[in-house]
Design a protein around this ligand. Structure first.
Ligand code: GLN
Length: 302
């Protein structure tokens, strides 16, 4: 029988395995997998490196390590990803939340300050279209509740995938905001009544269909295509969202969307602003994310 490895040996061995497989951050991923497989803290590993791993933990680590070496994303293996400092459980139907999307949250909060100042004391309502894991709706509501638990804010989160909408609901429960959020399955805002919304938020799929094949394998092979593919020019979702915005927003309300970069290298902002204008909204200037990449645009109904 093989002797069981120490914590330090297991860490070293898995780091080498992941490095050889071309994983970008092998040491970090190996440590996270060891913590997860053996239920250890980082302190347990580094303060007591010579303790041996129990056989079941060693076995589990070997299996998870092989999945990571086969380039399954760490978040998929753990079934969870942090966004805006909150934990989000993942399903095959949900995109892994990206840190890039936090700028959408920041922008939504800036807009909220303006909208609330316009109508002090009024109920605040928003929708999150294509909610996926629910990270936007849940994190946004979490912030609104921090302002005040008495704050009269309600949100509705929609996804075409029933599995995504139900995972989003579970994430709302996990983060304690399910009493203020509704979850429905449907196509964009089709199922919504005239809600007099203050805000519509969305991180829709915006990759051009032809560009899907060129994406990083960890994204292409593991994120759901429904959450990535924005149609021929990547902009089909924006047409659907803006076309219905006038019906749903109150005057002064706004649509805040994330977008990306076309296969040609051009920003999608100009075309998206054109679609907003054609639907009677006033688009603002593109807002860059923390890496300086244009990422978010606000379009207001006057
Ligand atoms: N930002 C994601 C990516 O680059 C795509 C998500 C989306 O289409 N909304 O993989």
């Amino acid at each position: 029988m093989n002797t069981l490895p120490s914590r330090a040996d297991a860490l070293r061995h898995l780091t080498e395995r992941l490095r050889a497989a071309g994983v970008e951050s092998p040491a970090l991923d190996a440590r996270v997998l060891l913590m997860y497989a053996a239920d250890l803290s980082a302190t347990d590993i580094y303060a007591w490196p010579d303790k041996t791993l129990p056989p079941d933990a060693a076995q589990k680590l070997a299996e998870l390590g092989e999945r990571r070496a086969a380039r399954e994303p760490l978040a998929r293996i753990l079934g969870e990803r942090e966004f805006w400092g909150l934990p989000f459980m993942l399903a095959p139907a949900t995109l892994v939340p990206r840190p890039d999307t936090e700028i959408l949250l920041e922008t939504a909060l800036t807009e909220t300050a303006r909208l609330v100042a316009e109508r002090p004391g009024a109920v605040f309502r928003f929708a999150d279209l294509g909610t996926g894991s629910g990270c936007i709706a849940v994190a946004f509501m979490h912030e609104l509740c921090k302002i005040s638990r008495e704050y009269d804010a309600y949100g509705i989160a929609v996804d075409l995938s029933h599995d995504a909408a139900s995972m989003a609901r579970r994430n709302a429960i996990r983060n304690g905001v399910d009493d203020r959020l509704g979850f429905i399955t449907g196509s964009w805002s089709e199922a919504l009544a005239d809600e007099s919304l203050d805000l519509i938020l969305s991180n829709p799929p915006y990759i051009e269909s032809a560009a899907i094949a060129t994406l990083d394998a960890e994204v292409r092979d593991h994120d759901p295509r429904l959450a990535l593919d924005g149609g021929c020019d990547g902009l089909a979702p924006y047409r659907a969202i803006y076309a219905d915005a006038r019906r749903l927003l109150r005057p002064g309300g706004a649509v805040v969307v994330e977008y990306g970069i076309a296969l040609s290298g051009a920003s999608q902002a100009e075309t998206i602003a054109g679609i907003a204008l054609a639907n009677g909204l006033s688009p603002g200037r593109p807002i860059p994310d923390l890496a300086g990449v244009e990422r978010v645009i606000v379009a207001t109904l006057s």
